[in-house]
Design a protein around this ligand. Structure first.
Ligand code: NAP
Length: 286
């Protein structure tokens, strides 16, 4: 097993972003700004938002935190978003998901200016991703793409794992992870299979793949029977079981195989944060 060190790769990326932020801030006469919105008191969401704010500070990005009570109405959330859309010091807006009550997350995301949509979840940016023909086009047009999938591609690139011509299975089809990641793998010329809860023969399909991405949300779901020797395994899952966090891959079961693998925690999570900073920088540059 060769461990893909997400922490190290993310720190290197963050150092490069910090330099770019410094340079662009001088040119523009102000630092980039990221507004975070946290609705309610979900402990995990609080931790995620806290690490995003800390990462901003370390990179020279100004952060503007906006907490709202759990019972905030959709109208209140949208009105805050509109205020942030108009704020010239704010380049990126991050609405932490999930929302605690019956607020419609997509309706709220639709209110974010597409130019400040650092989560890449606005239909405009999701549409640009789907229409893009190649990875070069995604990079050249600075398309704002969901941070976790961008982080996965970054991990594969930095580990020199070839995507072109390889078979990649993405297990999970969420708008946040599975769908955009499939588009990114396709843009990198992989042959992509999207799997989900209704997929038949998942074991066989997964075992045939050169790249396996697990974005399911079920602790230790994938064991060695799903993975072939020589594969690259990217574990997106973050599952709390009691006090511990596990990925979607049963790490103990696969660790002696001849594979590349990201640990969870310490794999995809850190690169997600790095890509959020990268998207904020892109939005600032635009
Ligand atoms: P999600 O919206 O709940 O989607 C889960 C996907 O897994 C769905 O498409 C579902 O299929 C599929 N699935 C569920 N059970 C399955 C099964 N038995 N076999 C095959 N597919 C199955 O979750 P998400 O937001 O994409 O997140 C997935 C995981 O990644 C979670 O653990 C989450 O915490 C983690 N995550 C990590 C990061 C990070 O930064 N590292 C970021 C985001 C998410 P259906 O569509 O058919 O229901």
């Amino acid at each position: 097993m060769i461990l893909i060190d997400g922490k190290k790769i993310a720190l290197e990326k963050r150092a490069r972003i910090k330099e770019a932020v410094e340079k662009l801030s001088k040119e523009k006469g102000r630092a980039p700004g990221l507004a975070t919105i946290l609705v309610g008191e979900n402990p995990a969401s609080k931790i995620y938002v806290g690490s995003k704010i800390k990462a901003c500070q370390e990179a020279g990005v100004k952060s503007f935190h906006n907490p709202l009570p759990a019972d905030a109405s959709q109208k209140e959330i949208i009105s805050l978003i509109e205020k942030l859309n108009a704020d010239e010091e704010v380049d990126g807006i991050l609405l932490q998901l999930p929302l605690p009550n019956n607020q419609d997350a997509q309706e709220c995301i639709n209110a974010v200016s597409p130019f400040k949509d650092v989560d890449g979840l606005h239909p405009f940016n999701a549409g640009l991703l789907n229409l893009s023909k190649s990875w070069d086009e995604i990079v050249e047009k600075n398309i704002l793409v969901s941070c976790t999938p961008m982080g996965v591609i970054h991990l594969l690139q930095k580990t020199n794992i070839q995507m072109e011509g390889k078979t990649a299975v993405v297990i999970g089809r969420s708008n946040l992870v599975g769908k955009p990641l499939s588009m990114l793998l396709l843009a990198n010329n992989a042959t992509v299979i999207m799997a989900h809860s209704k997929t038949k023969n998942l074991k066989e399909i997964s075992k045939s793949a050169d790249i396996v991405v697990a974005a399911i949300g079920k602790a230790k779901f994938l064991n060695g029977q799903y993975i072939k020797d020589g594969a690259a395994v990217i574990d997106v899952g973050i599952n709390r079981v009691g006090e511990k966090i596990y990925g979607d891959v049963d790490f103990e079961d696969v660790k002696d195989m001849d594979i590349y693998i990201t640990p969870s925690p310490g794999g995809v999570g850190p690169t997600t944060i790095a890509m959020l900073l990268d998207n904020t920088l892109k939005a600032f540059a635009k």
